[in-house]
Write a protein of this length. Structure first.
Length: 581
């Protein structure tokens, strides 16, 4: 309804002096884009005004005797020290609460680089010996990476899944509070129909401006949006691929993934397997649910826009593949809607881009006004529709800004404000996040549009490993990734100034960020700048101000492993020197 109203207002404004084919295209594009905005708006409103169920956790005394659960950590050419520091912290935490006997950790490596495999094997052996958990920590490396991550999990299910009632699927950068893991198993035990329970992973450990803005946004806004998703989708909920527990036998019976006919990017392995697996479990009659009240679930994220766009490119290709699966037989309604949502998450960017281009073409290609039409004895002058145009702008602004505004003020005036640093800090951080995302939005739009266009012309993006470390990002690197944006932004400014000067100021918020995109990418990806912002308290999160034990333990283990790595390297170097002597 909101999208239809926006389209009608827009049609009234632009067709006041006649209808052209450009107007039809513009109205259609705006209707689709506003529908997407309205969907996000309604999800947020559902989260704000519905009280999510809070399920009482089982007492510690009831933890013993729970079914055995495998904790799966798939890795692919990752930093082994970072991965095994998180693994050590979770094992240590499970032992501390007396629950380790119910869990085994399986590090499932698909790494293809020899140095990565060597490091993984080294730390798996060392941690197993140092923690005394040879019966609870397992490592294997696949030499044939069939099916990528989905194939990695399927390989475990085929060879080892029968030993476990549940599998808790993580990512290489995942971290989870031990009590949360046990509570997830307890909830699965209570509901035999529940086949997949998804937590809300929040971002931690980021130092750059870009990463800290993502981290704050996830901490403040994501719980409300996920509560809306939980209310809307019910038992046909989402699976985001990690930080979720799955009933192993149900997964084995229902989630075999076929290869799509044809070549990549549309055929071959299903890349965004998580959406499809959730749909298959729901089709088999099982519950798939997200429980936003499950705290203590974390992940990391790319530290800069280039790495973010690289990961986005992979997800984009996987989601666009879903266009071939929407009509699959017997899928539940919400499962089909989720597949459409996944496609729209990336299709929205090129649709907005086309809308901008056609809106600029309209005044350039519009015929000269005819004040004396043949069917009138008197001159007919244009009728201004300023009021309706302003109403449309206000409406789009409400769809974009109202949910975040309500969430920010809701936290600022509640006891949650202390978790984020206080009343002023919450509002300052929310304002800074809005400014940051608004400035970077045109850059993200171009990255996503480029990804969609590449896929549509048949380019396969492959499965590149994600770089998650907070290293500096030189301007030259940023320029190599965004020079084409500079050219597009410059061309947009020039064309508007020459052919549609009345629109020049309206275009600047889109074109100027593109012109300076290398600076924005480099600046937002600089950890030193991020640390300076951290010193002001802006973008503070609860996990940063008051890190819980598993986060502190991970940092401790990482320092310890790095120290051991340095000691080992120096010993090896000394041995080589003595041998040469």
């Amino acid at each position: 309804m909101l999208a239809l109203l926006a389209a009608m207002l827009f049609a009234t404004v632009i067709t006041v002096n006649g209808l052209t084919w450009l107007h039809v295209v513009q109205i259609g594009l705006l209707a689709i884009c506003c529908f997407w905005l309205a969907w996000g708006f309604n999800t947020a409103m559902a989260g704000l005004f519905t009280a999510g169920p809070r399920r009482a956790p089982r007492p510690v005394s009831a933890w013993r005797g729970l079914s055995r659960t495998a904790i799966l950590v798939p890795v692919y050419n990752e930093d082994a020290v970072a991965v095994f520091a998180r693994v050590a912290a979770m094992i240590e935490g499970l032992r501390a609460i007396g629950a380790l006997d119910q869990f085994d950790v399986h590090v499932l490596s698909d790494s293809t680089r020899q140095e990565c495999r060597d490091a993984e094997q080294l730390w798996a052996r060392r941690l197993s010996a140092e923690l005394g958990v040879a019966a609870h920590l397992y490592y294997r490396n696949r030499t044939n990476n069939i099916g990528r991550k989905a194939g990695n999990i399927a390989d475990f299910v085929t060879n080892n899944g029968g030993a476990y009632e549940y599998m808790l699927v993580l990512d290489a950068d995942s971290l989870m509070r031990p009590e949360t893991m046990v509570e997830m198993v307890a909830r699965m035990e209570r509901e035999p129909e529940l086949a997949l329970l998804q937590t809300l992973p929040l971002i931690i450990g980021r130092k750059t401006l870009f990463g800290r803005a993502l981290q704050f946004s996830a901490a403040l806004y994501s719980p409300i949006f996920s509560r809306g998703i939980a209310w809307l989708q019910g038992r046909e909920g989402p699976f985001w691929g990690h930080n979720a527990i799955i009933r192993t036998r149900a997964f084995a019976a229902s989630c075999g993934l076929p290869k799509l006919p044809g070549k990549a990017p549309f055929g071959g392995d299903i890349l965004s397997h998580d959406f499809v697996e959730a749909a298959l479990l729901a089709r088999a009659g099982y519950k798939v649910r997200v429980d936003p009240d499950l705290d203590g679930s974390y992940e990391e994220a790319p530290a800069n826009l280039i790495e973010y766009a690289k990961r986005d490119r992979r997800w984009c290709q996987g989601n666009i593949q879903h266009g071939r699966l929407i009509g699959a037989p017997r899928l539940r309604t919400w499962s089909r809607i989720a597949l459409v949502q996944g496609i729209m998450a990336y299709a929205a960017s090129p649709l907005w881009l086309f809308f901008i281009v056609f809106s600029l073409l309209d005044p350039i290609l519009a015929p000269a006004p005819n004040y004396f039409p043949a069917d009138s004895l008197f001159p007919v002058f244009p009728r201004p529709e300023t009021g309706k145009a302003l109403l449309l702008l206000v409406g789009i602004g409400v769809l974009l800004l109202l949910p975040k505004t309500l969430i920010a003020f809701g936290n600022a005036f509640s006891r949650h404000r202390f978790k984020f640093g206080g009343f002023i800090t919450v509002l300052a951080s929310a304002t800074a996040e809005l400014l940051t995302t608004s400035i970077l939005a045109p850059v993200m739009m171009m990255f996503q549009s480029k990804a969609v266009f590449e896929i549509l012309v048949g380019a396969d993006g492959g499965w590149p490993a994600t770089e998650r470390e907070d290293g500096s990002l030189p301007l030259s690197t940023a320029l190599r990734s965004s020079w084409w944006m500079v050219a597009a932004g410059t061309a947009l400014l020039y064309a508007t100034y020459v052919f549609a000067p009345d629109l020049f100021l309206w275009v600047c918020p889109i074109a100027v960020p593109l012109v300076i995109s290398p600076l924005l990418i480099s600046f937002s990806g600089d950890p030193e700048i991020g640390e300076r912002i951290r010193a002001t308290g802006v973008f503070a999160t609860p996990f940063e101000l008051h890190p819980e034990e598993v986060i502190r333990a991970t940092a401790k283990w990482r320092r310890r492993l790095i120290s051991l790595e340095a000691t080992t390297s120096s010993r090896e170097g000394a041995s080589i020197s003595l041998g040469m002597a």
